[in-house]
Design a protein around this ligand. Structure first.
Ligand code: WTA
Length: 656
C-alpha cells in the first residue's frame, strides 16, 4: 500500500480529550488495558461476575478445538432472568425499562421492569402452550413495538433460540430464513407505523409460510400482535392472536437455567451475495460481552442515565445494544417505532428533549442525512441532557463526527466510534469515553479484553503508519460459535485466511496511524487499486463530504484501461447548495486532489438525488459499480427503495 495514500487520512489532527467529569467517574479506567492484557481470562471471569449464574463455570475458556470456542464451561444461567427478574428482585421493579414511543404522536407507553417481568412470563407460557420447547427456533418478524423485546426475552427464558428478521425484509428473505433455521413458530403483527401510515406485515408472513412449505418446511403457528388494526387474512389452523393467548397466560413462570453454551439466537447477516449466513450466538459469553461493553463503552450509570439506541431490533445492534446489553445492566431506555422524519424532521431530537436522553447511539448514514437537512432542525431542541454519543455500522467521516459532536452533542459529548460486527456480538474496537482522546474518524483501539491487530498478507503486524487487514488475534466471549448448520463455511469464511496464526479475519481493511490507533477503512472489497496504489472508498468519501456543498458521497473503483481501476464518485448535494453551480464537478475534483492527492482524483463525479442503500442503511456500491462500468444494473432486491437506481440512471443521461 502506498505510504503517501496511507498518510492522507492521518492528516486529521483534531483531538477531543475526555471531559473531566466523565474521566473522574469513568466505569472503566486506563489501567484496565494492562490488567486485561496481563490476565485476559481472569479479566473476562471478572466481567462474568456482572451476571447472576445459577451455577458457576469451572473453566473460563475451552479453546482446545479452535475455531470452536466454549466460554464459561459448566456454567448455567438464564438470559431473561438476568435481563429482567433479577432487577425486580433487587427492588428496582418500579424502574422504567422501556420508554416506548410509537410513531403516531401521543402513542407511547412506559414499561417498568416489574411489568416487563409479567409480560415476558406470560409470553413464555404462551409460547410453551403453542408447542415451543427448549431448542426449537422461533422467528420474529415485528415492528419496533414492546412485544418484539418481550418475545425475544420470552424465547431466551424457555431456551428457544430466536431469529429476528427485519420487518423491512421481503417474504422471500423471511422464507429463506424460516427454512434455514427450521422455525416452528413465527411471531408477527398485523402491521406497524412507518412515515405516518400503517404498513402491513402479516401478508408477507402468509406468503413466506407458503414459500417455506414449497421447500418442505411447515411452520406450526403464527402468533399475531394487533398493532394497527388493519384487516388481515386469517388461517384458523395456524394463526392466533397475541391478545387471546398471551394476555390470558399466567404471569408466573419459573426460568430454567441453561448451559452457558446453549444457543441464544441466530441472526442472519445481510451478505451481499449468496445464501445468508445464520450467525449463532450462545448464552453466557454473549451476555457477558454485551453487558460489559454496554457498561464500559457508554459509561452507563444505570440510576441516572437514559439510553437510546436508534437501531432496529432486526439488526445485531438492536439485539446487543437495545435488548441484551442494556437490560442485563438494568438501564432505562427509549425505544422508538417509526422513522426520523415523522411527523416532521425533528422527531428524534424531540424524543431526546422529552425523555432527557443522556446516551445516544446511531449510525453515520443517519448523521449524514441530518447534516444534509441543516442544523436549524436540531437547533430547535434542548439536547443538553446528552453526555455521550455513539456511532456504529460504517466508518464515520471526520466531518460527520465533528458535526455530530458539535451540533447534537453541543461540543460536550465524547463520540465513541464503535467497531464490531454481527459475528463479534459486541463492540471490539472503540474509544472509552472517560479515557481516550478521540480522533474524528478513528475507532482507536481494542477495548480491554479484546486483541485486535492490523496485519499484512502473511499475517504479520504492520508497522504504525501502514495499512492491512483487520484481525482479532484472541478469542472473546461474545464471538459467533458457528454459522447455523454449516461449520465448514464458518471455518472457511472467518478462519482460513490466517489459519496458521489462528486469527479471526473480519473482512475489513484498516490502518494504524503513527500512534498505533486503528482507522477502519471498510470492507476489503471496498478498497480499490488505482495504478498500484490502494485507495479506500471511505477516505475519498470523507474528502468529498468535507466539501461545504456535499451532503453525502459514495465512491467505487471502476475498471480502467490505464490505471487498473479508477475512482468514480456519486454525490448528493446539500439542499442549500442548489444544483451546485456549473463548475461543481471540477470544483469537487480539485477538492479531492487537494485533500488526498492527485492519485485519488475521481475520474468521474456524478451528481445524484439519492444513493442506493440496503434497508440497514449500507450503500450498495456493487450497484454503483455497475453504473460506473456501464453494465446493466444487477440485483436490486435488497435495496430499501428499488426505484433509486432508476433515478440515478435518469440523472446520468447528460454527460459529466
Ligand atoms: C462495518 C454492525 C467502521 C464493518 C455492528 C464491519 C464499521 C461491518 C464500524 C459489520 C465502525 C461497523 N467503523 N466500520 N465503527 N462498525 N462497521 O455485521 O465493515 O451489520 O465489518 O454489524 O460494518 O456490519 P454488521
Amino acid at each position: 500500500m502506498s505510504e503517501e495514500t496511507l498518510s492522507n487520512l492521518l492528516k486529521e489532527e483534531r483531538r477531543f480529550e475526555p471531559p473531566a467529569e466523565i474521566a473522574a467517574d469513568a466505569n472503566l479506567k486506563a489501567e484496565a488495558y494492562d490488567r486485561a492484557k496481563a490476565d485476559r481470562e481472569g479479566f473476562w471471569a471478572e466481567q462474568a461476575e456482572r451476571l447472576d449464574w445459577a451455577q458457576k463455570w469451572d473453566r473460563v475458556l475451552d479453546w482446545d478445538d479452535p475455531p470452536f470456542a466454549k466460554w464459561f464451561v459448566g456454567g448455567k444461567l438464564n438470559a431473561a432472568y438476568n435481563c429482567v427478574d433479577r432487577h425486580v428482585e433487587a427492588g428496582r421493579g418500579d424502574k422504567v425499562a422501556l420508554h416506548w414511543v410509537g410513531e403516531p404522536e401521543g402513542d407511547s407507553r412506559d414499561i417498568t421492569y416489574a411489568q416487563l417481568q409479567d409480560e415476558v412470563s406470560q409470553a413464555a407460557n404462551a409460547l410453551t402452550e403453542l408447542g415451543v420447547a427448549t431448542g426449537d427456533r422461533v422467528a420474529i418478524y415485528l415492528p419496533m413495538i414492546p412485544e418484539a423485546v418481550v418475545t425475544m426475552l420470552a424465547c431466551a427464558r424457555i431456551g428457544a433460540p430466536h431469529t429476528v428478521v427485519f420487518g423491512g425484509f421481503s417474504s422471500e428473505a423471511l422464507a429463506s430464513r424460516l427454512v434455514d433455521c427450521q422455525a416452528k413458530v413465527i411471531v408477527t403483527s398485523d402491521g406497524g407505523y412507518r412515515r405516518g401510515s400503517a404498513a402491513a406485515l402479516k401478508p408477507a408472513v402468509d406468503e413466506a409460510r407458503e414459500k417455506a412449505a414449497a421447500h418442505g418446511h411447515t411452520v406450526d403457528k403464527v402468533l399475531v400482535v394487533r398493532r394497527t388494526g388493519q384487516d388481515v387474512a386469517w388461517d384458523e389452523a395456524v394463526d392466533v392472536w397475541w391478545h387471546d393467548v398471551v394476555d390470558a397466560a399466567s404471569t408466573e413462570h419459573t426460568p430454567e437455567a441453561f448451559d452457558a453454551e446453549h444457543p441464544l439466537y441466530v441472526m442472519y447477516t445481510s451478505g451481499t451475495t449468496g445464501k445468508p449466513k445464520g450467525i449463532l450466538h450462545t448464552t453466557g459469553g454473549y451476555l457477558v460481552g454485551t453487558s460489559y461493553t454496554h457498561w464500559a463503552v457508554f459509561d452507563l450509570k444505570p440510576d441516572t442515565d437514559v439510553y437510546w439506541c436508534s437501531a432496529d431490533i432486526g439488526w445485531v445492534t438492536g439485539h446487543s445494544y437495545m435488548v441484551y446489553g442494556p437490560l442485563a445492566n438494568g438501564a432505562t431506555q427509549v425505544m422508538y417505532e417509526g422513522t426520523p422524519d415523522s411527523p416532521e424532521r425533528g422527531r428524534w431530537w424531540k424524543i431526546i428533549q422529552d425523555y432527557k436522553v443522556t446516551i445516544f447511539y446511531t449510525a453515520p448514514t443517519a448523521i449524514r442525512s441530518f447534516m444534509k437537512q441543516g442544523r436549524e432542525i436540531p437547533d430547535r431542541f434542548d439536547m443538553s441532557s446528552l453526555r455521550i454519543l455513539g456511532s456504529v455500522g460504517e466508518p464515520i467521516n471526520p466531518e460527520a463526527y465533528v458535526w455530530y459532536r458539535h451540533v447534537i452533542g453541543g461540543d460536550r459529548t465524547p463520540v465513541v466510534d464503535t467497531w464490531w460486527q454481527t459475528e463479534t456480538g459486541a463492540i471490539m474496537i472503540s474509544p472509552l469515553p472517560g479515557v481516550t482522546a478521540g480522533k474524528p474518524g478513528s475507532a482507536m483501539t481494542a477495548i480491554p479484553g479484546v486483541s485486535a491487530e492490523v496485519v499484512d498478507n502473511d499475517g504479520k503486524a504492520v508497522p504504525n503508519g501502514s495499512g492491512g487487514y483487520l484481525v482479532l488475534t484472541e478469542p472473546w466471549p461474545s464471538m459467533l460459535r458457528t454459522i447455523w448448520g454449516d461449520d465448514e463455511r464458518f471455518k472457511d469464511t472467518y478462519w482460513s485466511r490466517f489459519r496458521e496464526h489462528g486469527f479471526y479475519f473480519a473482512g475489513d481493511g484498516a490502518k494504524k496511524d503513527e500512534d498505533g490507533d486503528i482507522w477502519v477503512l471498510g470492507r476489503v472489497d471496498d478498497v480499490m487499486n488505482v495504478s498500484g496504489h490502494r485507495l479506500s472508498t471511505t477516505e475519498i468519501e470523507s474528502a468529498l463530504v468535507s466539501h461545504p456543498k456535499v451532503a453525502e458521497a459514495a465512491v467505487v473503483g471502476a475498471k480502467d484501461e490505464d490505471t487498473g481501476q479508477a475512482v468514480c464518485a456519486f454525490v448528493i448535494l446539500r439542499e442549500e447548495a442548489g444544483d451546485g453551480g456549473e463548475d461543481i464537478v471540477s470544483e469537487l475534483r480539485t477538492h479531492v486532489r487537494k485533500e488526498i492527492g492527485p492519485i485519488a482524483t475521481p475520474r468521474q463525479i456524478m451528481i445524484v438525488p439519492e444513493l442506493p442503500k440496503t434497508r440497514s442503511g449500507k450503500i450498495m456500491r456493487r450497484l454503483l459499480k455497475d453504473v460506473a462500468e456501464h453494465r446493466e444494473v444487477g440485483d436490486v432486491t435488497t435495496l430499501a427503495d428499488s426505484s433509486v437506481m432508476d433515478l440515478i440512471s435518469k440523472g446520468l443521461s447528460s454527460p459529466t
